[in-house]
Design a protein around this ligand. Structure first.
Ligand code: HEC
Length: 182
């Protein structure tokens, strides 16, 4: 329109269509654009505020789905055997069910020097993992390293799980109250 009409024609057009020149002045257009931007920013901030009010693992998070928990448990107990190191053993070497994944003295020494070898596998139930977000855990099982980029000390394996499995394991560990499972 601006290209087709000269200035006079524009005024004539505006007058004929009963739109006052004042209404379409730059100020008024800017004001409307500004209000539009403002309402967009306000609604975005509200959305973000709502989302951040429920970060994973706090206040009232959505309950993890049963199939995700089952997948996590399957990987932990039957594929990766995390309990072989993280669950303490009784006198006959059997895992102590009430202390499932609550940390254990490995009771083994490497026969050759292994730098950084850890003799204790820590508690990995939810209470002990409060400083780990579910996302940090998932990432750690995906890349085989801690959030700060350091590898785990041996003999903790540097797992390279696919994203879904890593998330399932993270969600499962975060769901574990001490003694609640197995
Ligand atoms: C062969 C023994 C072994 C196995 C199997 C094992 N871990 Fe570990 N894990 C360790 C040791 C030892 C450490 C301590 C490593 C360190 O200090 O860096 C550890 C550390 C961790 C940590 C860090 C805890 C913290 O507070 O820093 C997590 C999380 C963890 N293991 C989860 C798992 C999961 C999940 C599995 C199974 C998928 C698993 N581990 C299997 C021995 C093991």
């Amino acid at each position: 329109m601006w290209i087709i009409y000269g200035e006079g024609n524009v005024r004539a057009y505006l007058a004929s269509s009963e739109v006052s020149v004042r209404d379409t002045s730059i100020d008024s257009v800017q004001e409307k654009t500004c209000m539009h931007n403002l309402s967009w920013i306000v609604s975005l901030s509200l959305t973000l505020a709502t989302l951040s009010a429920f970060p994973y693992g706090q206040s009232s998070p959505p309950r993890p789905k049963a199939d995700v928990l089952a997948r996590g448990k399957y990987i932990v107990d039957r594929v990766s055997m995390c309990g072989d190191c993280h669950t303490p053993r009784g006198e006959k070497g059997e895992p102590v069910a009430e202390k499932y994944l609550q940390g254990a003295d490995l009771g083994v020494e490497p026969t050759i020097p292994i730098p950084g070898f850890a003799r204790v596998a820590p508690d990995i139930t939810a209470k002990a993992l409060t400083r780990w977000s579910a996302e940090d855990l998932a990432k750690a099982f995906e890349v085989g390293k801690r959030p700060n980029g350091e590898p785990f000390r041996p003999p903790m394996p540097g797992y390279r799980m696919d994203r879904k499995d890593a998330e399932a394991v993270a969600v499962y560990l975060k769901s574990l109250e001490p003694g609640s499972s197995k």
